[in-house]
Write a protein that binds this ligand. Structure first.
Ligand code: C2E
Ligand code: MG
Ligand code: MG
Length: 748
């Protein structure tokens, strides 16, 4: 029926040129003929053979019943046109199939052309509209030419719709990406999605080059811009400037886009332009090279797409700007502590399992602020940062969390060995043309141990490790769970200390310093004790914790008060013995502490000659520039100054010569076994020589044996303290001791 209506021409009519250029689809679409009249279907297929031969469609499918067709359509999403016989199994089998396609399968894209052999069974107009049926033809009326034209125009319509659908999906992706962007602050994933979508829209797939470039200023020339992201087959480095060949290719379009801030297209090249009104924020361009010249349709899609994503780029610029403010160190333009905390926050269990934190601090940086110019110090910081960046091959990021502390996050498998980290603690830097040695303290925390820790706790823990390492003179330390136990214990002690202050749980013990030749006391050292529920806690347990937590000055004020009281009690009993008390640099920086001493002298009429402040060599030298003027001030009040634990720190000769001190106390470590230990003998001799050279008295600490005493005496050291003579004693006990040990007037 109706075969005669087909005219079989040799040359099929060409599809219109516009359609030929529609190359953006991953499929050209398929035609499906549904007809139970097999001979009609055969001739129909024959008439459409050129569509396949010329590659205008992928395939022509056939079905001979509505049921068979329904299955086919459900499994193939690229059927573009259905030529559908209305009357098959039933009178309205075709129409029911249409209903299934549109309403049940939800396929609104496929174009449907109804065909019928029986005039007069044309569906009603409202049904045509309801099911989006495009055309209705009587088989006897449609000849070969018309059939080809009908199929071609429906193919075109389908492709447009399919393309829009793809773009809609693309936009959805971009919208999703923008959402992700807002929560992840991640411009890279946004840009990557944009690039993929653009590649899809211009029909290039993943192999054509699409790239996102950025410039700092809207008028920057093309070669000043740099690549933010790239997709395609070439090897292109992000962060670099644009390769020469792409510069030549896209140059003219870029010029045009920069001139009018609009998207530009030429042949197979597109440039989408996303300028920014905000100062100091980047301007973004998407460059894409299609395989074929762009059709008007492509261009239109790209325009629409561009409009949709421009707000995303604005958001990126804004977020970048905010990120810069919030997450970048303004001096070095590297990440700051906020960044580190945010990174730690966004890590899940698995991320922490694979990550380690390395914290690196420049030793004694504060004390150098008085010696060196700001420029020099800044140079030291930038040098250190560069060296850190060079030490680690790959990191999640290097941040500066305090003036002289850096924190590096890196994956376990990209970490630096402990040995390399230890070697890294000794640094040489060229500052103001001079070679300077300086040291770093480094701690490493494997975040796998930190599952239950908040970011802030991790930060504090690493910082406290830095502090502990420095105190112990260890340049490098790796976190172990026992450290945490110690921390918890320290925390407990700290809390107890707070109560102890309120409850007055402290008392003093006094240890005599004696003239080794006569064994007469020449002075006393006041040492603090904490009596906690009948248990006496020694200072080496609580003093370091108090120092770390900043409570030390409160304790030292208590010790000072008790010292003044002891002085007064001794005075009442007729003993005018100088008492030394221990202080830290933090005390000396505290105006209350100094004021207390001044008032004791002025108001309570304490003889300043009877006060002797002990500060450790390490603290005095580390903070020399800041501490020495304070020591001078105390000196001017006639208070004596002793340098405690001498030999354990690193004194510079230049500093010793100008140190406002009267006495050097040789640390117990050098006194122990003095007669046998050659090295200790050398240290003691050296200290005695230094003391003579710069006019200091010398006190030896921790003399326990007569041999030690004899060795000291033989080297010319005349004053000392130690268990050989007396242990530190509470005042009543001391008073009894003094009854049999008459103090000697002059201490020398
Ligand atoms: P230090 O100032 O070097 O005090 C000397 C320490 O050596 C005292 O320990 C003393 O009891 C001990 N000692 C004295 N003779 C001998 C001996 O022959 N053999 C041995 N093995 N030890 C001896 P103590 O009282 O436990 O104090 C330890 C450290 O705690 C002090 O070292 C001082 O640095 C600090 N400290 C004590 N009281 C205070 C205080 O009120 N304020 C501050 N900031 N630190 C204090
Ligand atoms: Mg002392
Ligand atoms: Mg000492």
């Amino acid at each position: 029926m109706g075969d005669e209506k087909f005219v079989f021409l040799d040359d099929a009519a060409e599809l219109p040129p516009k359609a030929a250029k529609q190359s953006t689809l991953k499929t050209k679409g398929k035609i499906l003929s549904v007809d139970d009249d097999l001979s009609y279907q055969q001739s129909l297929l024959y008439s459409l053979r050129d569509f396949v031969a010329k590659g205008d469609v992928d395939e022509i499918l056939t079905a001979n019943s509505a049921a068979e067709a329904a299955t086919l359509i459900a499994t193939q999403d690229d059927i573009a046109v259905i030529l559908l016989d209305v009357v098959m199994e039933d009178d309205d089998a075709g129409l029911r199939l249409v209903e299934t396609i549109r309403n049940v399968q939800g396929n609104s894209l496929v174009r449907i052309v109804l065909l019928t052999g029986q005039p007069g069974v044309a569906p009603r107009k409202d049904v045509m509209a309801q099911y989006d049926i495009d055309e209705y033809w009587n088989k006897s009326e449609i000849d070969y030419d018309i059939m080809k034209a009908v199929v071609a125009s429906n193919l075109r319509a389908w492709r447009s719709m399919y393309q829009l659908e793809q773009a809609r999906v693309g936009l959805q992706l971009v919208i999703d990406a923008s959402r992700k962007l807002a929560s992840k602050y991640d411009k890279n994933s946004f840009i990557q999605v944009v690039l993929n979508e653009v590649a899809l829209l211009i029909g290039g797939g993943t192999s054509v080059p699409t790239l996102c470039v950025a410039t700092q200023s809207p008028n920057d020339s093309f070669d000043k811009s740099y690549i933010l992201a790239y997709s395609g087959d070439d090897v292109v480095q992000t962060g670099q400037s644009i390769p020469q060949h792409l510069c030549r290719q896209f140059g003219p379009l870029y010029e045009a886009a920069v001139a009018d801030h609009r998207h530009h297209f030429s042949d197979n090249l597109s440039i989408l332009c996303f300028p920014n009104n905000q100062e100091e924020s980047s301007h973004y361009f998407i460059l894409a090279e299609g395989r074929e010249p762009l059709s008007e349709y492509n261009i239109h899609l790209l325009q629409v797409f561009g409009e949709n994503i421009s707000s995303g780029f604005m958001k990126i610029a804004l977020i970048n700007q905010l990120s810069n403010l919030a997450y970048l160190d303004s001096e070095l333009q590297i990440y700051n502590q906020n960044w580190l905390l945010r990174e730690l926050e966004t890590m899940n269990h698995a991320d922490r399992e694979q990550t380690e934190l390395v914290m690196i601090s420049i030793d004694n940086f504060d004390s150098q602020t008085l010696t060196f110019s700001e420029k020099t110090l800044f140079q030291m910081i930038t040098d250190t940062h560069q060296k850190i960046a060079g030490l680690f091959n790959k990191t999640i990021g290097v941040s500066r969390i305090e003036t002289s502390i850096f924190a590096v996050l890196c994956n376990n498998d990209e970490s630096v060995s402990d040995e390399a980290l230890l070697n890294f603690t000794n640094q040489v830097s060229q500052v103001d043309g001079e070679i300077r040695n300086y040291t770093l303290t480094i701690v490493k925390v494997d975040l796998a141990h930190m599952d239950s820790f908040s970011p802030m706790q991790i930060l504090y823990l690493a910082k406290s490790m830095l502090y502990t390492s420095r105190q112990k003179g260890r340049a490098f330390m790796v976190y172990s769970p026992s450290y945490q136990e110690k921390l918890l214990n320290d925390y407990q002690i700290l809390n107890d200390l707070k109560t102890a202050i309120v409850e007055h749980e402290f008392f003093l013990v006094l240890q005599p310093k004696v003239d080794l030749r006569t064994e007469h006391p020449v002075g006393l050292e006041a040492l603090l004790r904490w009596k906690k529920q009948e248990q006496v806690i020694p200072p080496n347990v609580f003093i370091p914790i108090a120092e770390k937590s900043g409570m030390i000055t409160k304790l030292d004020l208590i010790a000072l008060e008790l010292t003044i009281e002891a002085l007064k009690s001794l005075d009442k009993k007729g003993y005018h013995v100088p008492i030394s008390f221990n202080a830290t640099v933090k005390d000396l920086y505290d105006s209350n502490y100094i004021q207390f001493i001044e008032e004791a002298i002025a108001v309570e009429h304490i003889d300043p000659d009877l006060l002797d402040v002990e500060i450790t060599e390490t603290q005095a030298m580390d903070s020399y520039e800041k501490v020495n003027p304070i020591l001078e001030r105390l000196h001017n009040l006639h208070i004596h100054v002793s340098i405690d634990d001498f030999g354990t720190g690193y004194s510079s000769l230049a500093h010793i010569s100008k140190l406002a001190a009267d006495t050097i106390k040789i640390d117990r470590a050098f006194v122990t076994n003095l007669r046998e230990d050659k090295a200790n003998q050398q240290v003691v001799e050296l200290v005695l020589n230094l003391a003579q050279l710069f006019g200091f008295s010398v006190v030896a600490e921790g003399i326990e044996t007569e041999q030690e005493r004899d060795a000291l005496l033989s080297k010319g050291c005349h004053i000392g303290q130690g268990y050989l003579y007396a242990k530190p004693m509470p005042l009543p006990e001391l008073l009894t001791w003094l009854e049999t040990h008459e103090p000697q007037k002059v201490m020398n």
